[in-house]
Design a protein around this ligand. Sequence first.
Ligand SMILES: NC(=O)c1ccc[n+]([C@@H]2O[C@H](COP(=O)([O-])OP(=O)(O)OC[C@H]3O[C@@H](n4cnc5c(N)ncnc54)[C@H](OP(=O)(O)O)[C@@H]3O)[C@@H](O)[C@H]2O)c1
Length: 287
Amino acid sequence: MGEKTVLITGASNGIGFLTAVKCAEKGFRVIATMRNIDKAQKLDVQIKDKAARDRIIIRQLDVTDETSIASFKTWLSKGERVDILINNAGMAVGGFVEELPLDAYRQQLETNFFGLVAVTQAVLPLMRRQGAGKILNISSVSGVIGFPGLSPYAASKHAVEGFTESLRLEVVPFGIDVALIEPGSFQTDIWTTGTTIPEQAARNNSPYKRYMERMKEKMAASRPNYEDPVHIADQLVRFSDKEKLSALRYPVGKGVRTMLLFKKLVPWKLWERMVHKQLKISSMKEE
Ligand SMILES: NC(=O)c1ccc[n+]([C@@H]2O[C@H](COP(=O)([O-])OP(=O)(O)OC[C@H]3O[C@@H](n4cnc5c(N)ncnc54)[C@H](OP(=O)(O)O)[C@@H]3O)[C@@H](O)[C@H]2O)c1
C-alpha cells in the first residue's frame, strides 16, 4: 500500500482512538484530531512500534467550535492531503422527550450532525482537487431505528443518514466515495459519559420513572454483550484500505444486519409491540 492519509475526528477515545492506532499500525499516515490534545498521551502508551507512532500527527479539533475548525482548515490548506476522512466524533444524549431541555437536542446535533458537516466541508475541497477520496460517516443503528429514551441521539444520527445520502450523490462524480457505517453496541464510554437518562427520569415524581427503570434493567442486561470496539476499528481499517466502497450503508456488529433488515420488513405496529414487550411496557396512563 502507498502511504495514504486518514483523518479521524474524536481520536482521543473509544472507536476513534483505536482506529487511529490500527490505521497507523497498518501503514497509513494518520491525522488524529481531538478537542483536548493532552489526551494524545494515550497513543504513546498504546503504540509500541515507533514507526507506527511516527505516522500519527495530532491536531486539535473541536468539531463544535468555529475557531477550532477555521484554524484546522487553514492548516489543512497548507499542502495537506486527505485520502480518507472518518467522521467519528460523537456523543449520546438520552432522556425522554417531555423532560429534556431543548438545549440537550441542540448540544447533541451540534456535535453529531453540524460538527460532521463542518469537518466534511473543510475536507471536500481537498478531495475534489485530488480527484479522489473517501468519507466514512459513523452513524449508528440509531440512524435507522429510533429507540425510546434516545430521541436526541436518534435524531442526530438520522440527520447524518439523510445528509450522507445527499452528499454521496453530489460527490461521487468527483471521484469521492461516501459511506455510512452503522455500528450496533460497542463497549466504549459513550453510554456513560453523555447519556442523561438517569438524571432526568430518576426523579420520584417523573411519569417516566418506571419506563426508565425498565430501560436501565434492559441496558444493564445487554451491556455485557456489547462488542469490543477493536472489531469496528479493524473494520474501519479495512474500509479505508478498500479501493472502492460500492455500498452506501455498512452495518457493523453482531446481528446488526439482521436487525436492520427485520425492521425494514416488519410493519411498524409489530415492531412497536416487540420493543414494548422487550421492555415489559404496557399502559402507563395515569390512574
Ligand atoms: N459505542 C457504540 O456502541 C456506538 C454505536 C454506534 C455508533 N457509535 C458512534 O461511534 C462514534 C464514536 O463513539 P465511541 O463509542 O467511540 O464513544 P467515545 O469513546 O465516547 O468517544 C467519542 C469521541 O468523540 C469525541 N468528541 C466528542 N465531542 C467532540 C467534539 N465536540 N469535538 C471533537 N471530538 C469530540 C470524544 O472526545 P473527548 O475524549 O474529548 O470526550 C471522543 O474522542 C460516535 O459517533 C458514536 O455515535 C458508537
